[in-house]
Design a protein around this ligand. Structure first.
Ligand code: CMP
Length: 137
Protein backbone atom coordinates (compact mmCIF):
# COMPACT_ATOMS: atom_id res chain seq x y z
CA UNK A 1 0.00 0.00 0.00
CA UNK A 2 1.18 3.49 -0.83
CA UNK A 3 -0.03 6.93 0.25
CA UNK A 4 -0.25 10.11 -1.76
CA UNK A 5 -1.30 13.66 -0.98
CA UNK A 6 -4.03 15.55 -2.83
CA UNK A 7 -5.61 19.00 -2.70
CA UNK A 8 -9.03 19.97 -3.99
CA UNK A 9 -8.14 23.50 -5.03
CA UNK A 10 -10.02 26.79 -4.49
CA UNK A 11 -11.60 26.74 -7.97
CA UNK A 12 -13.36 23.46 -7.13
CA UNK A 13 -14.39 24.37 -3.57
CA UNK A 14 -15.78 27.69 -4.85
CA UNK A 15 -17.87 25.89 -7.50
CA UNK A 16 -19.29 23.35 -4.99
CA UNK A 17 -17.83 20.35 -6.80
CA UNK A 18 -15.91 18.82 -3.87
CA UNK A 19 -18.36 15.90 -3.84
CA UNK A 20 -17.91 15.26 -7.56
CA UNK A 21 -14.12 15.11 -7.09
CA UNK A 22 -14.45 12.81 -4.06
CA UNK A 23 -16.67 10.48 -6.11
CA UNK A 24 -13.77 10.07 -8.55
CA UNK A 25 -11.35 9.49 -5.66
CA UNK A 26 -13.44 6.66 -4.24
CA UNK A 27 -14.36 5.21 -7.64
CA UNK A 28 -10.63 4.88 -8.38
CA UNK A 29 -10.19 2.69 -5.32
CA UNK A 30 -8.53 5.13 -2.94
CA UNK A 31 -9.14 5.00 0.78
CA UNK A 32 -9.36 8.46 2.30
CA UNK A 33 -6.98 8.24 5.27
CA UNK A 34 -7.04 11.99 6.02
CA UNK A 35 -9.32 14.83 4.96
CA UNK A 36 -9.93 18.40 6.10
CA UNK A 37 -11.07 21.76 4.77
CA UNK A 38 -8.60 24.53 5.49
CA UNK A 39 -7.78 28.09 4.45
CA UNK A 40 -4.12 28.45 3.49
CA UNK A 41 -2.26 31.66 4.22
CA UNK A 42 -0.03 32.97 1.42
CA UNK A 43 3.00 31.95 3.50
CA UNK A 44 1.67 28.40 3.96
CA UNK A 45 1.05 28.11 0.21
CA UNK A 46 4.60 29.36 -0.47
CA UNK A 47 6.02 26.78 1.95
CA UNK A 48 4.04 23.99 0.35
CA UNK A 49 5.08 24.91 -3.20
CA UNK A 50 8.69 25.85 -2.31
CA UNK A 51 10.04 23.61 -5.13
CA UNK A 52 8.41 26.01 -7.61
CA UNK A 53 9.72 29.18 -5.94
CA UNK A 54 11.92 30.15 -8.90
CA UNK A 55 9.19 29.59 -11.49
CA UNK A 56 7.50 32.63 -13.07
CA UNK A 57 4.04 31.44 -12.00
CA UNK A 58 4.96 31.02 -8.29
CA UNK A 59 3.43 34.28 -7.02
CA UNK A 60 0.14 33.83 -8.89
CA UNK A 61 -0.05 30.17 -7.86
CA UNK A 62 0.35 31.00 -4.16
CA UNK A 63 -2.20 33.84 -4.38
CA UNK A 64 -4.68 31.50 -6.04
CA UNK A 65 -4.13 28.70 -3.51
CA UNK A 66 -4.71 31.09 -0.59
CA UNK A 67 -7.69 33.02 -1.98
CA UNK A 68 -10.34 30.69 -0.51
CA UNK A 69 -10.51 27.30 1.29
CA UNK A 70 -9.14 24.03 -0.03
CA UNK A 71 -9.74 20.39 0.93
CA UNK A 72 -6.55 18.46 1.70
CA UNK A 73 -6.51 14.68 1.42
CA UNK A 74 -4.21 11.80 2.24
CA UNK A 75 -5.11 8.89 -0.02
CA UNK A 76 -4.10 5.23 0.11
CA UNK A 77 -4.14 2.38 -2.40
CA UNK A 78 -1.62 0.31 -4.39
CA UNK A 79 0.56 2.58 -6.56
CA UNK A 80 -1.32 5.56 -5.13
CA UNK A 81 1.05 8.23 -6.46
CA UNK A 82 0.98 7.10 -10.09
CA UNK A 83 -2.73 6.22 -9.99
CA UNK A 84 -3.75 9.62 -8.59
CA UNK A 85 -1.71 11.37 -11.29
CA UNK A 86 -3.54 9.26 -13.89
CA UNK A 87 -6.95 10.10 -12.39
CA UNK A 88 -6.09 13.84 -12.24
CA UNK A 89 -4.86 14.05 -15.85
CA UNK A 90 -2.27 16.43 -17.31
CA UNK A 91 -1.46 19.68 -15.44
CA UNK A 92 -3.00 21.75 -18.23
CA UNK A 93 -6.67 20.70 -18.58
CA UNK A 94 -6.40 21.41 -22.32
CA UNK A 95 -3.93 18.53 -22.61
CA UNK A 96 -5.68 16.14 -20.20
CA UNK A 97 -7.21 12.86 -21.35
CA UNK A 98 -10.98 12.43 -21.50
CA UNK A 99 -12.46 11.23 -18.24
CA UNK A 100 -9.75 12.75 -16.04
CA UNK A 101 -10.64 15.21 -13.27
CA UNK A 102 -8.74 18.09 -14.85
CA UNK A 103 -10.31 17.49 -18.27
CA UNK A 104 -13.78 17.38 -16.75
CA UNK A 105 -13.49 20.20 -14.21
CA UNK A 106 -10.25 22.14 -14.76
CA UNK A 107 -10.52 25.78 -15.86
CA UNK A 108 -6.88 26.58 -16.73
CA UNK A 109 -3.31 25.43 -16.05
CA UNK A 110 -3.49 27.31 -12.72
CA UNK A 111 -7.12 26.66 -11.76
CA UNK A 112 -6.77 22.97 -12.48
CA UNK A 113 -9.02 21.68 -9.67
CA UNK A 114 -6.65 19.21 -7.98
CA UNK A 115 -3.06 18.72 -6.89
CA UNK A 116 -1.23 15.44 -6.39
CA UNK A 117 2.23 14.41 -5.18
CA UNK A 118 4.58 13.74 -8.10
CA UNK A 119 6.95 11.29 -6.32
CA UNK A 120 7.39 9.34 -3.07
CA UNK A 121 9.72 12.12 -1.87
CA UNK A 122 7.03 14.76 -2.51
CA UNK A 123 4.38 12.66 -0.73
CA UNK A 124 6.73 12.26 2.25
CA UNK A 125 6.99 16.06 2.48
CA UNK A 126 3.40 16.94 1.60
CA UNK A 127 1.39 14.58 3.83
CA UNK A 128 3.04 15.70 7.11
CA UNK A 129 2.92 19.35 5.94
CA UNK A 130 -0.84 19.15 6.61
CA UNK A 131 -1.54 16.04 8.71
CA UNK A 132 -0.25 14.78 12.04
CA UNK A 133 0.07 11.00 12.57
CA UNK A 134 -3.09 11.08 14.70
CA UNK A 135 -5.12 12.50 11.81
CA UNK A 136 -4.28 9.62 9.43
CA UNK A 137 -6.80 6.82 9.96
P1 CMP B 1 0.11 21.41 -9.16
O1 CMP B 1 0.03 19.95 -9.43
O2 CMP B 1 -0.64 21.88 -7.96
O3 CMP B 1 1.64 21.85 -9.01
C1 CMP B 1 2.09 23.15 -9.31
C2 CMP B 1 1.02 24.00 -9.93
O4 CMP B 1 1.45 25.17 -10.57
C3 CMP B 1 0.32 23.21 -11.00
O5 CMP B 1 -0.46 22.20 -10.42
C4 CMP B 1 -0.46 24.31 -11.72
O6 CMP B 1 -1.74 24.52 -11.17
C5 CMP B 1 0.36 25.57 -11.42
N1 CMP B 1 0.85 26.22 -12.63
C6 CMP B 1 0.52 27.46 -13.01
N2 CMP B 1 1.15 27.77 -14.15
C7 CMP B 1 1.89 26.70 -14.51
C8 CMP B 1 2.76 26.42 -15.60
N3 CMP B 1 2.97 27.31 -16.57
N4 CMP B 1 3.34 25.20 -15.64
C9 CMP B 1 3.14 24.29 -14.65
N5 CMP B 1 2.31 24.52 -13.58
C10 CMP B 1 1.69 25.71 -13.53
Amino acid sequence: MERTFAIIKPDAVERNIVGKVLEKVEAAGFRIVGMKKIQLSKKEAEGFYYVHSERPFFGDLCSFMSRSPVVVLALERESAIAKWREVMGATNPANADAGTIRKEFGLSIEENTVHGSDSPESAAFEIPYFFSQLELL
